[in-house]
Design a protein around this ligand. Sequence first.
Ligand code: ZN
Length: 352
Amino acid sequence: MRACWCGVNNLLPFSPEYSVCGACGTLVSQNSLSDEQLQVNNDDTDFYGKQYWLDHQKQDLGFPDIQARSRNDLPERNLHWLKALLKYRLPPAEVLELGCAHGSFVALMRQAGYQASGVEMSPWVVDFAQKTFGVPISVGPVENLDIKSGSLDVIALMDVLEHLPDPIATMRLCLELLKQDGMLLIQAPQFKENMRYDELVESKGAFLDQLKSDEHLYLFSERSATELFRRLGAEHIYFEPAIFSHYDMFFVVSRSPLQVNASEKIEAALLATPNGRQVLALLDMEKTLRKNIDELRADATSQIHILTNWVQEARNEATTLRNTFSRPILRIALRLSEIQSSLARKIFGGGG
Ligand SMILES: [Zn+2]
């Protein structure tokens, strides 16, 4: 039985494949591969080797393959992550992304002016990322790399924390690689501690897809993630809106309190380089799109509200009619004609 990362052994049942830690509130997989099986020694046969990116993601998990992802992630999650990065740390800064997959986020960060590089487990993916985006990527795990302690400003871990067999050790190492005021930028599934497995199944909850017990070894809650980093001396944690907020959480965490950069400072930093200007153009476009979508949504909501009121009024009219049914037929006809003209006024406007 896999114990909780926090050291607690006697876990409570949660689902057929997960237990829950009553002490910290983490879901712990009881069906995972061994720590050795999670390494990539043979790229063709190992779990996180080449096939993870080509067949497993597509066939087993229903995701687009790495080719499609390398295009689609850029204007979507990568842009969302970049906004949070800019909010807390301006370029230029030394950034490492662990588990960078096809490398599009590394590429976007470099475009914005960061000295960004990435790490991946599969040599095939590293080669793919280097060729696709022309960015520096190393074959991991990070434990094997020669990175100077206290040399990095930011380490990004997107959908990585939940895969780690020893999150305490890996996060301790990451914090050691950071400068004193460095920060981790993390996206991970969010276990909400009031969730019950049978209720999730009943409601077909989005979080069910995160219960991938062979690879998601620890599913943290906001409380347990906070506790993990508190134990490692990184007490300053800031939760940001996650792009997939119905099942993820997104946060930055640091040993030092972090300052928030004003939007004018962010814009000035991006305007300072030709490539940064292109990134700013993407962010501007995304902002305009989001504003338009919000307006359309508000408009649709008010239309629905009006229609709902009409239906309610029509129901009331029908009730009135039923109540007057015993009266002469002339009365009913009169009422119908009133409804008709009232609806016509509502639909076509005017006072007629
Ligand atoms: Zn625990």
